[in-house]
Ligand binder design. Structure first.
Ligand SMILES: NC(=O)c1ccc[n+]([C@@H]2O[C@H](COP(=O)([O-])OP(=O)(O)OC[C@H]3O[C@@H](n4cnc5c(N)ncnc54)[C@H](OP(=O)(O)O)[C@@H]3O)[C@@H](O)[C@H]2O)c1
Length: 344
């Protein structure tokens, strides 16, 4: 079996998880170069990695580069993405910088893996909240053609990187000790014992960037911009790991709850946990704690709409650092290997 030279750029919340997933999945790596802003040694699950500073030359000889750096003008992907491609690497980027570019496939392998065949060097991973949403929507769309989607999200602080986790932990500790809470630096206001109905900046209509990502990225991944998608709210909740979503869909062809369970049951990467009348609480519905550490997307609380025909309501939970970021990126790399789209 061929082995590939891998680079992981960024060792924050997502980058660290990427190293974990590459190892767990036994990705056929001949070597893993770990790059960030500054040199140091890190340890992930007892394995030591030497972190190098990211430079253009660091991508020489790399076959696949998994980017998990910060976004934007001075971010890792904008600074080094095209350069890595010029030097022969296929780039898989976790940030938002390339997602909506027409020449960049935006991929969730179970949903639109075939789009990888059109890649020109850069491939984008969707936003964490989009990844789990399209996992739930794809089989419904294929069966009944979605006409309308309403979604509200309840997102973990790790979605804001390692700084978000540190802030929740520090505030929770101060609250428990009855000490004053330091002014927030990652979030707009206190996150401990709170819910913040804002993720990203606001546009002219009052939607946040996170809300509009759900619309545009879902259209691109499902290849259908006729679906009417309303992002009701994307909220930050005091949960460390795992995003949850309340979703309402309408379809052209009615889908019963029985049919929906069958469709999700047959779909790779999805697990239905919906035994509300059973004795086993773990099977009743998914929670973020339950999803943490798993690559799967969990669906529960499946109901027929009580007020409109052809409507279905459900709850989707997934580990935002896994399916929402690192695992999806590694799955893209695995699919590239499967499709023979990486150089040898
Ligand atoms: N967290 C999530 O749930 C999630 C989900 C989907 C997508 N994403 C995206 O994934 C990316 C990483 O997120 P994160 O949560 O892991 O962020 P993070 O915890 O803040 O970590 C950022 C990492 O990027 C490195 N970095 C920043 N600028 C760089 C540059 N110019 N060159 C090289 N390395 C650079 C940093 O290096 P140093 O350590 O040396 O400072 C750090 O290791 C972001 O684009 C984010 O939007 C995150």
């Amino acid at each position: 079996m061929s082995k590939y030279e891998v680079a992981v750029v960024g060792v924050g919340a997502v980058g660290e998880e990427m190293l974990r997933v590459l190892s767990e999945h036994n990705f056929p790596a001949s070597n893993i170069r770990v790059l960030a802003r500054s040199e140091r040694t890190i340890s992930v699950d007892g394995r030591t990695y030497q972190v190098q500073a990211t430079t253009p030359e660091a991508f020489d000889g790399v076959d696949v580069a998994l980017f998990a750096g910060t976004e934007g003008e001075k971010g890792a992907a904008v600074t080094f993405g095209e350069e890595a491609v010029r030097r022969g690497a296929v780039v898989i980027d976790n940030g938002a910088d390339f997602r909506m570019r027409a020449d960049v496939p935006l991929v969730v392998p179970e949903v639109n893996g075939e789009a990888l065949r059109n890649h020109k060097g850069i491939i984008a991973n969707p936003n964490c909240s989009t990844a789990q949403l399209v996992m739930a929507l794809k089989p419904l769309h294929d069966f009944g053609k979605l006409t309308r989607v309403l979604v509200s999200t309840y997102q973990a602080v790790s979605g804001a990187g390692s700084g978000g986790v540190a802030e929740l932990k520090a505030q929770t500790k101060a609250l428990a000790a009855g000490e004053p809470i330091a002014p927030p630096s990652t979030f707009s206001t206190q996150i401990a014992a709170n819910v913040i109905p804002q993720i990203g900046g606001f546009d002219d209509l009052g939607y946040t960037s996170e809300e509009m990502k759900l619309v545009h990225e879902t259209h691109k991944i499902l290849g259908d911009s006729t679906i009417q998608i309303t992002p009701m709210i994307t909220a930050r909740v005091p949960v460390v790991l795992g995003h949850s979503e309340a979703v309402y869909v309408e379809t052209e062809r009615p889908i019963s709850t029985y049919e929906a369970r069958r469709l999700w049951g047959d779909f790779p990467g999805v697990v239905v946990l919906d035994e509300i009348h059973g004795k086993n609480v773990a099977q009743a519905y998914p929670t973020p704690l339950q999803a943490a550490g798993s690559d799967m997307t969990f669906i529960g609380r499946i109901r027929q709409d009580v007020s409109r025909p052809n409507g279905l309501v459900f709850w989707v939970v997934s580990d935002n650092l896994r399916k929402g970021a690192a695992s999806n990126a590694v799955q893209i790399a695995e699919k590239l290997v499967e499709l023979d789209l990486l150089r040898r």
